[in-house]
Design a protein around this ligand. Sequence first.
Ligand code: ACO
Length: 323
Amino acid sequence: MTVRRSVIVGSGGYLPERVVTNDELARRVDTSDEWIVERTGIRSRHIAAEGEFTSHLATAAARRALQNAGMATVDMIVVATATPDETFPATATRVQKALGIDGGAAFDVQAVCTGFIYGLSVADNAIRCGEADTALVIGAETFSRILDWDDRATCVLFGDGAGAVVLRAAEGVGTTADTGILAHKLHADGRQHDLLYADGGPSTTGTAGVVRMEGRKVFRHAVENLAGVVTETLAAAGLALADVDWLVPHQANIRILDGTAKKLGFPPDRVVITVDHHANTSAASVPLALAEAVADGRIRPGDVVLMEAMGGGFTWGACLARM
Ligand code: ACO
């Protein structure tokens, strides 16, 4: 008997041209390169140009992922974003048009920094059920548009960007030796809303609002939740941490990355880190990190990759795949 799997057959990332350093931010708010590096590990971030929207970043990343996969079309496009171009329609439909793809489904998923993991899970389920044979899963954000640039506690943490993967259905033998997505787990806890949210929306203020966060409290939950969901996802697949070649975490803060790896007992040199030059790109951070490590040859065919993320809501989740 064979099992239908979703295989990651391509990946790609896109970052806006403009790089903003910590020193540049220090000219705007009362902060310093030293404080930001020590507390977060962030040295610089990319910021979208005027007129450059989430759909543009998403389309550029999707083009690279499709090219990497050697494909021109898919029958499902999922865009994970908390910063859509418009309230409606979904940014995914703009990406569909820009890519010249006719037919199939296109929709957005909103789980903030966990959005890409949620999107992968939805697309994988659709492929395994036979609803789609191919899918683009994109994480894309322009968080610079929802930052309070006078709030030093939040404006230094985020950047803009997009990352994408192409999934294609394949038949596996049903063991963890199969190439493709092996397991995923999703969580949410709406009681934690007040620790991390944007203070606006179409149905409340009529504006997009800006990021509000109680950083210290978010930090405390993050390591606990991420280590928990990693363990749970491995158990669902029947693999051990020692079987994982690369951890590709959401890039929120170097101390969260180090803390999670330490709590799990995972070797730090097997953790893909981009937070130093990307900052926190929310839903884009995991696919951007994945694309970077695939492109530079660290992640190779056959490697077991564990992706994890946590964000506002709270939401958190993990996805295990053999490349
Ligand atoms: N520059 C200089 N000083 C600052 C800055 C800044 N950019 N930001 C805050 N401070 C000050 C505060 O005002 C405070 O000053 P006070 O003691 O005089 O009141 C002091 O630094 C300490 O502030 P804390 O918020 O307690 O600092 P902390 O050590 O917790 O670091 C940080 C803040 C970096 C936000 C940390 O809590 C963190 O990383 N939390 C995780 C949040 C996160 O990553 N969120 C991203 C989204 S969620 C996710 O993706 C998982």
